[in-house]
Design a protein around this ligand. Structure first.
Ligand code: EPU
Length: 345
């Protein structure tokens, strides 16, 4: 374990917010994490504990006056070969490095999730999703350490409580378990999912016949779509989608549809109707608009960006202004997807 005090978190949050941690501890194995848990329980018993991954879904509203834990558990291990390829992956492996490995070695099912920022551990907490795919569909088990007891607990996918950008790790069991490894079940056969609006068109646009697409070509196409729409966090601080897409009841959808006939929507059957928050925000005139040092991205209104030197409070003020306008215009309370840490002064 490596411990540093009064440690800058600037390079640990893709929003690029200047915040610091009173204690920052990195560990690189399950046994090491268990030792960290014992150390924190003994020496920092009264301090709050926060586990972070790649920091691509965090907004620091203040310094963190407690212990920040950070995994350095790497490695991709082949569990068995055959029809269903199983890979056991360390939580600190960069998500997109894992996708690149899969595509290169013929493990399929994650191509549509290419270029999502963050690491493998966070992917299982957040249930990352894009272009019609969600990581929950390729997860077999999530291995964790209990941050109270130091014991190992393995969650079969059925016990992870997965839903749209949701899991037990970010709801009922929030803060209790640190993910150490994820066991993925991948297909050795490439069966591309091209049904999400835009993917087929983008393939044709690049001169690729959708029926003949390869895994490499699909990955490259998804990367190109993302690069065209989403800001690169290494150039402009952001945390991807800032808000979740709201799901409304069918009656509510009908009411909105009567006024806004062109409103994009996705019918989830009995689960209601999902409406893109990006569209709602754009309709309120916020796309590309700034408020101080924070702005709504000009190509995807679901993303808030740091224009340079923004504080967590700057981003929060913009978030609230956007939410207020969407509520006023559409009667829908959109919810942030990003996790707020600390409190704004
Ligand atoms: N739209 C607008 N204006 C905008 C943005 C979107 O009108 O500024 C409309 C689009 O025209 C389209 C619809 O909204 O009709 C959906 O847009 P898009 O395909 O860009 O997807 P999204 O629903 O806005 C979600 C995920 C993204 C993911 C994309 C692609 C959430 C919160 N976000 O965005 O995830 O990449 O689908 O599948 O579900 C992330 O989580 O960080 C993220 C980027």
């Amino acid at each position: 374990m490596i411990e540093k005090d009064n440690y800058s978190l600037l390079s640990h949050n893709t929003f690029g917010i200047a915040a610091s941690a009173r204690h920052f501890i990195t560990y690189d194995s399950v046994a090491d994490l268990q030792a960290v848990v014992a150390h924190v329980r003994t020496d920092y018993a009264d301090e709050p504990v926060l586990h972070i991954g790649g920091g691509s879904n965090l907004l620091f509203l203040s310094d963190f006056n407690g212990v920040v834990l950070h995994s350095a558990i790497k490695g991709i291990e082949r569990i068995n070969e055959g029809e269903c390829g199983r890979l056991r992956v360390g939580a600190a492996v960069v998500w997109d490095d894992f996708v690149a490995y899969c595509v290169e070695h013929g493990f399929h099912g994650v191509e549509n999730l290419s270029l999502i920022p963050g690491d493998v551990g966070a992917s299982a907490v957040q249930n990352i999703g894009a272009y019609g795919a969600e990581v929950k569909d390729v997860i077999a088990e999530v291995e964790t350490v209990d941050l109270h007891e130091g014991t190992v607990r393995v969650f079969p996918v059925s016990e992870c409580g997965y839903g749209y950008r949701q899991s037990v790790f970010k709801s009922t069991l929030r803060g209790r378990y640190a993910v150490t490894h994820v066991l993925f079940k991948l297909s050795r056969e490439f069966r591309p999912d091209l049904d999400y609006g835009g993917v087929r068109e983008a393939l044709r646009h690049s001169g690729i016949r959708p029926e003949a697409v390869t895994a490499e070509e699909l990955r490259r196409t998804i990367i190109d779509i993302r690069k065209a729409k989403l800001p690169d966090p290494t150039r402009q601080g952001n945390a991807g989608s800032f808000f979740m897409n709201p799901v409304v009841e069918h009656g509510e959808y009908e009411r909105l549809k009567a006024d806004y006939s062109t409103m994009p929507h996705y019918d989830m059957g009995h689960g209601g109707v999902k409406i893109p928050a990006g569209w709602l925000i754009e309709q309120c005139g916020w796309k590309g608009r700034a408020l101080g040092r924070a702005a709504v991205h000009d190509r995807q209104a679901l993303v808030l960006v740091n224009r340079g030197g923004a504080t967590g409070k700057d981003i929060l003020d913009l978030c609230e202004a956007v939410r207020t306008d969407v509520l006023k215009k559409f009667g829908i309370a959109i919810q942030p997807e990003v996790n707020f840490i600390g409190t704004a002064s």
